[in-house]
Design a protein around this ligand. Structure first.
Ligand SMILES: Cc1cc2nc3c(=O)[nH]c(=O)nc-3n(C[C@H](O)[C@H](O)[C@H](O)COP(=O)(O)O)c2cc1C
Length: 168
């Protein structure tokens, strides 16, 4: 598989920790982990396979560092690249805006990027999410506040799916 760039934004460490767990599951030789707070647009050029991870803050807001990077993200040429998204949120505390940040990222890249790794909403308890299209999330939704016991199973299944969809 072509090298994967895992770009994440995290306020209190949950999304960062998931990014590192993803790197372990994919194999450290196959994936780099980059904090979007330190990223430049050139950092995206070398990867054909990308994973973007964000948490959600406020009421449905994209994580702060991703928010700052958004104008740059819209300038990146995603031609020939595949992008998978994951969102970390709180489905009980914020049931109406669950993982909305992932939906914001999707909206920013959906016209220029080839997004893979959608997952069914089945098995999640929430009322509304900008990251939902029909009966799927636009990536992998994780809830470290209430359902951290489900994270490893969700991550493992998603990684197996990505291995089939990412460019070899
Ligand atoms: C003030 C505040 C606002 C939040 N707003 C949302 C929200 O709108 N939707 C959501 O799914 N999660 C929300 N969360 C939950 C965080 O996204 C969640 O705790 C996440 O794991 C934090 O990840 P991070 O440490 O990587 O930033 C909020 C948490 C806090 C403390």
């Amino acid at each position: 598989m072509k090298k994967i760039g895992i770009f994440y934004g995290s306020n209190s460490g949950n999304t960062e920790s998931i990014a590192n767990r993803l790197q372990n599951l994919l194999g450290a030789d196959n994936a780099d982990v980059i904090n979007i707070a330190n990223a430049k647009t050139d950092d995206f050029i070398r990867y054909e396979n990308l994973i973007f991870g964000t948490s959600t803050w406020g009421l449905g807001d994209l994580q702060d560092d991703w928010e700052s990077f958004l104008p740059n993200l819209k300038k990146i040429d995603f031609a020939g690249k595949k992008v998978a998204l994951f969102g970390v949120g709180d489905s009980m505390g914020y049931a109406d805006t669950f993982v909305d940040g992932m939906g914001e990222l999707y909206q920013a890249i959906q016209d220029s990027g080839y997004v893979v790794g959608f997952t069914p909403v089945t098995g999640y308890y929430f009322d509304a999410s900008k990251a939902q299209v029909d009966d799927q999330f636009v990536g992998l939704a994780l809830d470290e506040d209430n359902e951290s016991d489900k994270t490893i199973e969700r991550l493992t299944a998603w990684v197996e799916n990505l291995k089939l969809q990412f460019t070899i």
